[in-house]
Design a protein around this ligand. Structure first.
Ligand code: FAD
Length: 450
């Protein structure tokens, strides 16, 4: 079989690269080790409720949409989040407190003490970091905004985006915009003001999803791929040839299949590369991939009658900083964000448990996760009684952490790509963990190898 590319992994990244190449008329095969496409993206519908297994929504900018949405026609199915979902809560003293959305609100917010607020005010006068200093997010925030901003706000946000620990994540890689403001402008405030025009060109950020759940995206991409998507596939060997690559795989223990391809795209998470026959000479890259932490996360969706939850649920959700010592990173309000997540008169709450701060909780069994999620919803949202709907998704290796070794991992990937033409790496382990960034990077890769 002669192909333009073999793509390994059918998560959003691998599916997108494959579909973009196919749309350009280039033959591909996408090999997925599991029995379904979509990776962490999946939706479960039962009894009128809808639960997401991983991502609940996308962040898009202005009118632009990722290429994979355009080529599948899914751009026409996008549903914008309820504007009220702009409101975010942060746990403070055991209760949800609205996060400030403007400097005026910040000045009045009980989230920070007067000293903490004054520390914000001197941010433009703080010196920038030295060129060769690699800081963690925690070091960066303490230096620029003070310790209270870290423990009461940023810690919660880092938990919400990365399920991560700010003491371990690299600010350069995990929060590149803040890092850039520090380097180029010597201040977050000045950087934000100076780049207003850039942001205007990019367009306003908006949150969106699909009417029947995030799974619409992998389903549409998989149907576009048809027979080019091979499930339950195990890659047996990956070898360079004088003109490209020779890939051998088996499907469900069947006979070996062979393809000659110009390109090979590894779109499986680094935590799984040890199961791939990476080409000889990539031992150091393999070791760096194995060292990328991807702590476990459990996602528990609970459905309640509206009157059983006392909180107004007038927002996106609540995030809890580590200092609050809670068992969930946060609780989203999915039925307040997008329509169709719960039957009339009911609501859904989705608790995220585990991550880098409490990996032992993310690894608990489903019953324990439900117990913790119920406790969180009871004490934070005022939920009462048994939920009418329960769904649990468990990810033993959830989100790759961009820690202080991430720069070295990126450098090793780039070196492998330049010494082995036709080999590429693509996924949320590179260039941003969110779906939007993952899809944009996948489309850019497809353009460059088409
Ligand atoms: C709990 C959770 C909530 C999230 N929420 C959001 C959100 O609200 N918004 C957002 O933007 N992002 C969110 N994300 C991040 C988002 O889900 C990921 O960025 C995205 O799924 C990454 O896509 P991917 O294709 O890189 O990887 P994955 O989704 O991990 O897909 C990788 C695929 O490769 C396959 N694979 C693994 N090993 C092999 C192998 N050896 N051979 C072949 N195939 C293999 C896997 O089975 C899988 O199908 C969330 C993530 C998690 C875990």
């Amino acid at each position: 079989m002669k192909l333009h590319a073999v793509v390994i992994g059918a998560g959003p990244a691998g599916l997108s690269v494959s579909a973009s190449l196919l749309q350009k008329g280039l033959p591909v095969v996408c090999l997925e080790s599991g029995g379904r496409a979509g990776g962490m993206m999946g939706s479960v519908r039962r009894d009128g409720f809808l639960a997401e297994t991983g991502p609940h929504s996308f962040r898009l900018f202005g009118d632009s949409v990722p290429e994979s949405l355009r080529i599948t026609g899914l751009d026409r199915r996008l549903v914008d989040a309820n504007p009220a979902a702009k409101k975010r809560y942060v746990t403070c003293g055991g209760r949800p407190v609205a996060a400030p959305a403007s400097p005026l609100e910040a000045a009045r917010s009980p989230l920070l003490s007067l000293t903490g607020k004054l520390r914000f005010a001197v941010e433009p006068f703080v010196c920038r970091a030295s060129e060769d200093e690699e800081e963690t997010v925690a070091q960066f925030v303490r230096r620029r905004l003070g310790g209270e901003a870290l423990t009461r706000l940023v810690d919660a946000v880092v938990g919400g985006i990365y399920a991560g620990d700010p003491e371990k994540l690299s600010v350069r890689h995990a929060m590149p915009m803040l890092h850039r403001f520090d380097r180029e402008y010597g201040s977050l405030v000045i950087g934000a003001l100076a780049t207003r025009d850039e942001r205007k060109v990019r367009g306003k950020a908006r949150i969106a999803g699909f009417p029947t759940g995030m799974a619409e995206l992998p389903a549409a991409l998989a149907s576009m791929l048809g027979d080019s998507l091979r499930l339950n596939a195990t890659v047996v060997s990956l070898e360079r040839t004088p003109v490209g690559w020779r890939v051998v795989w088996r499907e469900q223990g069947g006979p070996e299949r062979v393809a000659e391809a110009t390109h090979v795209v590894v779109a499986a998470p680094p935590s799984r590369w040890s199961q791939l026959p990476l080409p000889a000479g990539l031992d150091e890259l393999g070791a760096a991939a194995a060292a990328v932490p991807s702590p476990p996360v459990g996602v528990v969706t609970l459905g309640y009658s509206r009157e059983k939850v006392s909180h107004p649920l007038d927002g996106f959700g609540v995030l809890s900083p580590g200092a609050e010592r809670r068992s969930a990173l946060g609780v989203l309000f999915p039925s307040s964000i997008l329509p169709g997540r719960a039957p009339d008169g009911a609501v859904t709450l989705a608790a995220f448990i585990g991550g880098a701060r409490q990996p032992e909780l993310g690894a608990l069994d489903a019953d324990e996760l439900v117990r913790l999620a119920r406790e969180e919803c009871e004490s934070l949202m005022g939920a009462r009684g048994a939920p009418e709907f329960v769904n649990v998704a468990r990810w033993s290796r959830a989100i790759p952490q961009y820690d202080l070794r991430h720069g070295d991992f990126l450098a090793k990937m780039s070196a492998a790509e330049s010494t082995m033409p036709g080999l590429h790496f693509c996924g949320n382990f590179r260039g941003g963990v969110a779906i939007g960034a993952t899809l944009d990077n996948a489309a850019a890769l497809a353009r460059s190898i088409a």
